[in-house]
Design a protein. Structure first.
Length: 94
């Protein structure tokens, strides 16, 4: 799936992604109806770096417009891991 997304992006396009990743380790088949894999922060970053040259994230201060993410987390959505969302740039196309 990710390879198809990357192959359909032009070099100047990007992907913004948010995923459940509330555990400190990767769990296969968590008890959530719509999620088959739950990524840890490290596993998600490692996975996305296979497909994108640049991955920006809020936990290291590199994600632009972090105020928007903070507002979403405060008002509506609670992410257990502060690595959501991430912005992926520089798609690596094969």
């Amino acid at each position: 799936m990710m390879q198809n997304i990357v192959n359909n992006l032009s070099p100047d396009e990007f992907l913004i992604l948010s995923t459940p990743c509330g555990r400190s380790e990767t769990l296969l088949n968590p008890g959530w109806e719509h999620h088959k894999i739950e990524y840890s922060g490290v596993a998600l970053l490692d996975f996305m770096k296979r497909y994108f040259g640049t991955v920006l994230r809020p936990d290291d201060g590199s994600l632009p417009c972090i105020e928007f993410s903070d507002k979403i987390n405060k008002d509506r959505i609670r992410y257990p891991l502060k690595m959501n969302p991430i912005l992926c740039e520089d798609p690596i196309q094969f």
